[in-house]
Design a protein around this ligand. Sequence first.
Ligand SMILES: Nc1ncnc2c1ncn2[C@@H]1O[C@H](COP(=O)(O)OP(=O)(O)OP(=O)(O)O)[C@@H](O)[C@H]1O
Ligand SMILES: [Mg+2]
Length: 276
Amino acid sequence: MGVPVYLQNGKMYGTVCAIDPEPYAFTQDEIEVMERLSSIFAVILENATNSSCNTVDDKLMRLEKLALLGQLSAGLAHELRNPMQSVKGFVQFLFEDQVDNHFRDIVLSEIDQMDNLIHDFLLVTQPTAPKKGHYDINEVVCETVEFIQSKAALHNVEMSVSVDSDKFDVYVDRIQIKQVMINILKNAIEAVEESGKVMINVSTIGNKEVTIEVVDNGIGIPIAVIGRLGEPFFSTKEGGTGLGLSISKRIIQEHKGTISFENKKDGTKVTITLPK
Ligand SMILES: Nc1ncnc2c1ncn2[C@@H]1O[C@H](COP(=O)(O)OP(=O)(O)OP(=O)(O)O)[C@@H](O)[C@H]1O
Ligand SMILES: [Mg+2]
């Protein structure tokens, strides 16, 4: 027996079938049961179609709202930079003839901190296209290590670099790759206790890509947290913005490379690969 399933708009959706392998005449009661079943199916189908439409519509609406919110906050962040720069200029001007002024220095350093935060925020919301060139990766890494050395010394952290080739050119945006290295090294330094160690290994096995490993003997990354690394604003640090890894991940992806995190017995290993 086949009973049609009609939707509210009169369209036939399909049929509900009852099959018996033996020749058999269905009774009136059985036909009525099947008809009731068919109307129940129609209601279920109608609800399922409507609710899946709503979910998609809701999701789209939420995404549009998020995109708008992103645009608005990026615009706001951008506009905040101009008045901040003029506040900075006036503070410098007002205290021009005072060499040592503790309060002026605090105001200026707070303004710089706000400016850095806005700069990082804009990098996430409005990423700039990489300006690539051929650069020796060993040089880029060593320059970054030199740059971050003062922070390491402040925390009494020992940094060591090992490279396995004299020169290995990669096609990258030098500034962006340096920024990634600074973010990763900063995290490593912040993760190790006083007198900790951070090792950087650059290897170019196979001559096709370069692998940069940053290994620290710090607190390690909790398993529950590993999946969330690189999520914008995810941070377990007091005062951390949670933008460092999110920016780094995006930059590495744009360079068609990879970045991965490994929890070691005592510390963390971050591995970056970049194609030649
Ligand atoms: N080497 C590491 N050892 C332990 N935890 C780490 C390490 N690197 C990253 N993490 C974890 O990943 C989180 C996110 O790092 P991310 O650099 O994005 O932000 P952050 O360091 O908290 O803040 P900031 O934006 O100032 O860098 C950190 O808060 C920390 O929990
Ligand atoms: Mg960080």
